[in-house]
Design a protein around this ligand. Sequence first.
Ligand code: SDX
Length: 443
Amino acid sequence: MSETQETGADAAVGTAQETLSVVDNRTGKAYEVPITDGTVRAMDFRAMKVDEEDFGLMTYDPAFTNTAACRSAITYIDGDKGILEYRGYPIEQLAEQATFLEVAYLLIYGELPNTEQLKEWTHAITIHTFVHENVKSLVEGFRYDAHPMGMLLSSVGALSTFYPEAKNIHDEQTQYEQIVRLIAKVPTLAAFAYRHAKGMPYVYPDNDLNYAENFLGMLFKVAELKYEADPRIAKALDVLLILHADHEQNCSTSSVRAVGSSQVDPYSAVSAGIAALYGPLHGGANQSVLEMLARIESVDNVPGFIDRVKNGDEKLMGFGHRVYKNFDPRAKILKKAVEDVFEATGTENPLLEVAKELERIALEDDYFVKRKLYPNVDFYSGLIYEALGLPVEMFTVMFAIGRTPGWVAQWLEMVGDKEQKIARPRQIYTGDRTRDYVPIDQR
Ligand code: SDX
């Protein structure tokens, strides 16, 4: 950034160049701030001081609503056009034609795997689905009614104690081994959490099954010798995982990046992502959507509920998005998948009609249109999970399984980004200053 002595309007006049001309009216000084990729560097504003003592200007952006924290080539979203691409491939094509493990490879390594690469990748993940028996004992230590997200974030974090070499975060082979282990073991830990809550014996992975079938087997296998998944349900699950695989710098991914920036191992960083996803405003929304639909109960009660949302007494869970201000392309795909899964499972959920009526009203009602509130990925996914026979507490766990490749891809990109360092935001201090200690008998 260059500081020019021009003051007032002169400084603002310049050739049409990729710069911001800024006049600091406190000093009359003018500055030229470079614009790169539609952004200005916050650090360029630190030079704008009222005197030599001054720390310099900072930018203030609570919740980072307008702050780019990194450069990334993994996922592209256009919130106005409802576009979502993983490494440039449209989500619609990937959901239709790819498998989840193919998409995981694409997100992490940047290209779709060829036959040999996919075979090797699938084999590596398949043979790493088991967890150490001590991890099983850890899961068994939870109360019978422990929320599976609390169990998952704990058990994934605990994996860091079984693979201490994971701390070598810059070693390529070590990176690969931990990435494979995380993608392979998260479903196993998720299924253990589910079986724990059901009071049923844990089912070990079956390496003859593909990723989605194996997960369904670890969830639902009872006394049969060999679990056989309905291929339609396994396919629907695979599509669900693809739709959740990554979503650029959302709350949980930003948490993985921030925690990972301290150079901790990836298990601990992903555990932080699971904790962030747990929240009802983020991945926890799919559980809240089903609970909301159940509370509304019938189409007749929808108008009254909508009124309560407008009064601010309720939130329309599964609606709205920080980035999508039109439609969430994942919600469109999921809305169709709901019908397919209902057909496959022979279930018909009356709450689907409630969901459709909520969507119909919200898309017409000015309150929602003005606030650009459209169904997001969480609005329909819960109906599918329920049709698969999962309890609402498992819905966000399903989101975490799908998002694991995205988290590890973003972690790997952050580790390799020469511009990244430990995340440490600033603050605007609003508290007291230099007060003298008051002895307790004088307080
Ligand atoms: C996910 O970031 C990602 O990419 C996330 C995600 C991913 O793949 O990682 O896409 C997954 O988390 C999807 C979002 C799931 N959450 C929900 O469905 C919970 C309900 N939605 C919201 O709480 C909300 O819409 C957020 C959190 C998703 C977005 O919130 P923002 O961007 O901070 O928007 P806001 O809260 O500033 O809302 C703007 C206005 C406000 O009204 P006013 O104060 O201007 O009058 O819209 C209102 C909000 O009150 N509003 C809602 C609403 N969402 C926003 N009003 C009713 N119901 C809602 N759902």
